[in-house]
Design a protein around this ligand. Sequence first.
Ligand code: COA
Ligand code: AMP
Length: 636
Amino acid sequence: MSRYQQEFQHATQTPETFWAEQAKRIPWFTPPTTILSYDDQQHARWFGDGEMNISHAALDYHVEQGRGEQPAIYWDSPVTQKKATITYSEMRDRVAYFAGGLQALGVEKGDRVVIYMPMIPEALVAMFACARLGAIHSVVFGGFAPHELAVRIEDAQPKVVVAASCGVEVNKVLPYKPIIDQAIELSDHKPDACVVYQREEHLAELGEGDHDWAALVEKAPYAECVPVKGTDPLYVLYTSGTTGKPKGVVRDTAGYAVALAYSMDVIYDVEPGDVFFSASDVGWVVGHSYIVYAPLLRGCTTVVYEGKPVKTPDAGAFWRLIEEYKVKSFFTAPTAFRAIKKEDPDAKLLEQYDISSLKNLYLAGERLDPPTFHWLDDLLDVPVIDHWWQTETGWPIAANLPGLEPMPTKAGSATVPVPGFDVQILDRDGEQAQAMEQGSVVIKQPMPPGSLVGVWGDPQRFHSAYMAAFPGYYLTGDGGYFDEDGYLFIMGRTDDVINVAGHRLSTGEMEEVVGAHPAVAECAVIGIHDELKGQLPVGLVIPKDGFDGDEATLEKELIARVRDQIGPIACFKQVLVVNRLPKTRSGKILRKLLRNIADGKEFGVPSTIDDPTSLEDVHGAMRDRSVGASDKATPV
Ligand code: COA
Ligand code: AMP
C-alpha cells in the first residue's frame, strides 16, 4: 500500500486516533482529551475540551520559538506603489495592541466584528486581534456593494465594524466609508462603533461612533490571548447559496488550526521559514485559510499582494513576486492564469525573472481547465496542482499531496481525496456510482476537522442545505466522477451557484434583484461559459403585461441594479428581454437547457416541455444578441 493509501485509510477508518496525532502539530494551552464528539444532529465536533488561541499559535508561539525577527508578512502593493515587511514580533505586538483597542470598545469573547478591508496588513491584524480576544470575525470582500454588506451586518450582528478608508483597484480609489455608512443605514442592526484605518490614498470623514485606528491603538493596552475551547467559533464567512440570502459558514477554532497545519505539510509541502504566496483576497476562504491563518501557523512568511495578475503593471507580476520574495509555494485561481495567457501567450515576461525558488504551483476556486493546465505544465518545471475545495470545507477536499506522496497529474482532475475526506459519488437514488459514472459528489460523515460546523443563526439551514439530501453524507453541491485509477474529476455545480473569475455567486440572488424591478414579470439568470472568467451571468427577462417602455433602457436599469445591490464583481453585463421562457409543464424554467444553448451545445427538446416554440424564441433572441456561443447550438 502506498503512503497515501495508508494515511487515507488511517484517517477514514480510525479518525479519532489519526486526528489526535495531527493535533500535536499545534500548541495548546490545554491539550484535548475528547477528540471527536457529535452534536444533537450527529454532526462531528473536534477537540471540544482542548483550549488554545489561534493568534497565540500563529504569532506568540513562533516568537517564543525564536522566530521573532523572521518576516511574517511581505506586503506588496503595486496599486499604491508601496511595500512593507513585518516580522513575527512586530505582528504579534500590532495584533495585541489592536486587540486592546477592540477591548476598549467593549469587544469580548463571542462578540462579532465585521471587517471590510482590502489587501493590507491591517486586515490580518484585525482578524488576529479578534481571534486573540475570542471574538468572531466576519470578513466581507471589498467588491461587495452596500446591500450585500448590510445583509451580512444584519445577520452577524457585530458589535464593531473595522474598515479601511478605501480600497485601491487598478487606476481607481474606492472610498469605503460611504459604503459602510449606507450598509449600516440599510441594516436593522446598528453596530456600536466603526474603526477606520486611514489610508493616504483617501482619508475618510469620521462621524459619531467612528474611531480612527491609529488613535485607538495609541491609547490601547496590550491584550493577552484569551483561551478558547476547540469548538468555539473563530469566524463566520458568508458564501453564496442557492437562495438570495448568503449562508454564514461557521468555522471552529482548533479543528481548523489542526487541519490547516496538516495541509501545509502534506499538501503545500512547506516548512517553517519558507515563503508562501496565495494570490487571493482576505474576503474569500482561500484568503482566510492560506493568506492569513495557515502560513503563519506553519511559521512561514505570507505574501499579501494588493494587485492583479495583469495590469499592475503587466502580466509578469506573479513572476516578479515569486522571484522577489523567493516564493516556494504559489496558489491562485485558473482565471488569473487565463488573464496572463491572454496578455502574454508565449510567457515572454517570465524570461525576465528567476523563479527557481518555486517548488509547486496550486490552483483552485474553479476547475483547472485542461488548456490552462497544459499551458502551465509546458511552461514551468514544477508540478501544476489542481485542488478542489469550498468555503464550507475550509481546506482542500481533493489534491495532489507532494508532502506525503507526489502523484502523476492528470489534466482536468483534482487528483485524489485528501486523508480525512471520504469522498464518494452517488447517483440520484443515493446508490454508489461506478468509476467514470458522473453523479453527486458527497463526503461521508464524519467531516474532518476544519469543515464548517454550522450556518450562523440557522441550524435548520445547515441541515437542510448540506446534510438532508443523502443521510450520513455531506452534499458538496458539485457533480463529478472517479476514473478507474481513483482520480477525482469535479465537473461543476449541480445547483444555481456559478463561478465568475474564481468568485462564487448565486444566480438565485441575481434573480431576486432583477425580479424586484417593477417592470419585470419573470426572469432567469444563467451562468454561461466565458473564456477568461470561466462563467458569466446572463439575464433573460419577461416584462410585465402592458410594459411599453424602451427595452434597452430596462436592460441598462437591470444591469445597474445588480451592480448596485450585489457589486461589480458579479460582472452582470448582459440582459435580454424575451417574450417567453422554456418551462416544464409544472412551471419550472429549464435553466440547464438555456445554459446548453448559450454554450453552443447540442440540445434535445425535453418531453416535459410545456411549449416547444418558447425554446425557438429564446434561441433566436440569444443568437440575435450574440449571447455566448448560441449561434453554434443545434437542436437534436
Ligand atoms: N473591491 C472593489 N471592486 C472590486 C474588487 C475589490 N476588491 N475586486 C474587483 N472589483 C471590481 C473591479 O474593479 C471590476 O469593476 P469594473 O466593472 O468597474 O471594471 C469588477 O469588480 C470585476 O472585477 P474582476 O472580476 O476582478 O475583473 P477584471 O476584468 O478587473 O479582472 C481577472 C479579471 C481575471 C484579472 C481578475 O478577476 C482576477 O484576478 N481574478 C482572480 C480572482 C481570485 O484570485 N479569486 C480567488 C478565489 S480562490
Ligand atoms: P468557494 O466556496 O468560493 O471556494 O467555491 C467553491 C466551489 O468552487 C466548489 O464547490 C466548486 O464548484 C468550485 N471549485 C473550487 N475549486 C475547484 C476545483 N479545483 N475544481 C473544480 N471546481 C472547483
